[in-house]
Design a protein around this ligand. Structure first.
Ligand SMILES: [Cu+2]
Length: 312
């Protein structure tokens, strides 16, 4: 109903409910807007100043019990109605149904990491099955982030040092945007993820396929990893420096560090840059890269390096 840039229609019961509350309030507001503004315009016309000699004396009115009762009682009932209706929907948004599958979310500058119950993990992309309730259990490893799924009309802050949660039950397959709604630093606008809703058979197939199922040369897997793990939020492959240095022509080049030392960008330099990014900070850049220790395996890093060698 609400025209977001990517309007996916009714994607869950909750999204339909939120839209109904919104429309309910909008309709009441529109009614009273037309009533009060209409009266205002009508009065301005009806009681406008006329030619001298046609002035009527203003009547002396002390009150109208009937009118006053109505304009106190009717708005009170409406406002209580808005509260009760809104509360019921809010309660639905906050209360996950029992048995919802849990997915852990760790937000950090500037990506989302998702961890499934079976231990598999992914960055900036989460896959969920159609029709089953899912609960996101979220925390941040640095600053406050905001987890926002506009198509599902739900949003929840992610706060360091505590867990917050959010649930949904998708009723439509497709790919849905996840945005960060708290200004969390330079890379805030690149902090975007996708939620992919798959029908039950394809979800099961994807699950059992596992992450290692893609075939192809190593560099192609490395390219997929770079995309999947959010590296391109900070790095480019076209030669333009962004939050981090460009990957273009990086392999084998001599790189100058913040402390004046210089190193050749070889395999072990890449490995260290990915696992321990603050060990050597490139001159002219802030040490903001997150560590991928525990996220990227040795195979993953080898594949990424294979891809780096192809970006000349
Ligand atoms: Cu953020």
């Amino acid at each position: 109903m609400i025209p977001y840039p990517t309007d996916h229609g009714a994607v869950s019961k909750v999204s339909t409910q939120v839209d109904s509350v919104f429309l309910f309030i909008a309709a009441i507001t529109l009614f009273f807007f037309l009533l009060t503004q209409g009266t205002l315009i009508w009065f301005a016309f009806r009681y406008r100043r006329r030619k001298p000699g046609h002035d009527e004396p203003t009547p002396y009115i002390t009150g109208n019990r009937m009118l006053e009762t109505l304009w106190v009682v009717i708005p009170s009932i409406l406002v209580i109605g808005i509260f009760v209706y809104g509360w019921i929907v809010f309660d639905n948004i906050r209360t996950p149904p029992p048995g919802a599958a849990e997915i852990n979310v760790t937000a950090r500058q500037w990506l989302y990491e998702f961890r499934y119950p079976d231990g598999a993990s992914s960055v900036n992309e989460v896959r969920v099955p159609l029709g089953a309730p899912v609960r996101f259990v979220m925390t941040s490893s640095d600053v406050i982030h905001g987890f926002y799924l506009p198509a599902f009309r739900i949003k929840q802050d992610i706060v360091p040092g505590r867990y917050t949660d959010l649930w949904l039950q998708p009723e439509k397959t497709g790919s849905f945007d996840i945005f960060c709604t708290q200004y969390c630093g330079t890379g805030h606008s690149t902090m975007r993820a996708k939620m992919i809703v798959m029908d039950e058979p394809s979800f099961r197939k994807w699950r059992s396929g596992g992450r290692g199922s893609e075939t192809g040369p190593m560099w192609m897997k490395g390219k997929a990893l770079i995309e999947r793990y959010g590296c391109l939020g900070c790095h480019s492959v076209d030669g333009v420096d962004r939050i981090g240095p460009t990957f273009k022509g990086l392999f084998g080049r001599k790189v100058e560090m913040e402390d004046g030392k210089a190193f050749f960008a070889d395999e072990s330099y890449f490995r260290e840059s990915i696992l321990d990014p603050t060990a050597k900070v490139v001159k002219g850049f802030d040490p903001v890269m997150p560590t991928y220790k525990g996220t990227l395996s040795d195979e993953d890093i080898a594949e990424i390096i294979a891809y780096m060698k192809t970006i000349r």
